[in-house]
Design a protein around this ligand. Structure first.
Ligand code: DQA
Length: 146
């Protein structure tokens, strides 16, 4: 089984980006943690970070076309306004789990709304880097039960 992890814009700067909000764990550390956790379940993960909306749309289509079984996605700020990413998630038949390091519901009003979440099977937010871990676990369990 292969799961694709998609990180949206500015997440390449994790570790130094607003550490009070996003913590000090780097993206490379998150990717290594996910690879470890997935391999313990015999699952492969491929992690990609993209700054652009179109690149994320293409990555969603590519994941499905190349046979991945599911997607863990943190669309970053696109979460709040990208109908293109929401539509791409609905175009593909593989399930996605949306994750956020911060609790988007406890922040500025513009972050309270996710336009992409309704295209996902579930959402995990507010646990820092651990959100990815919980999201991956939830997706693996969902896929095994399917
Ligand atoms: C984020 C929350 C978004 O509002 C923000 O734009 C991000 C990161 C999170 O993981 O908490 O880039 O998706």
């Amino acid at each position: 089984m292969r799961i694709v992890v998609l990180h949206g814009p500015n997440l390449n700067a994790l570790g130094t980006r607003e550490p009070a909000v996003y913590g000090r764990t780097t993206l490379a550390e998150i990717d290594a943690m996910l690879a470890r956790e997935a391999s313990a379940h015999g699952v492969d993960v491929s992690c990609e970070q993209h700054q652009g909306e179109g690149e994320i749309v293409s990555a969603i289509h590519r994941a499905a076309a190349e046979g991945a079984q599911g997607i863990v996605i943190n669309p970053g700020a696109y979460t709040h306004y990208s109908y293109a990413i929401a539509d791409a998630l609905r175009c593909v038949t593989i399930p996605a789990v949306e994750v956020h390091l911060s609790n988007i519901h406890a922040r500025e009003e513009f972050r309270n709304r996710s336009v992409t979440a309704s295209a996902c099977v579930g959402i995990v937010a507010g646990f820092g880097a651990e959100s990815y871990s919980v999201g991956l676990q939830a997706l693996m369990t969902y896929l095994k039960r399917k």
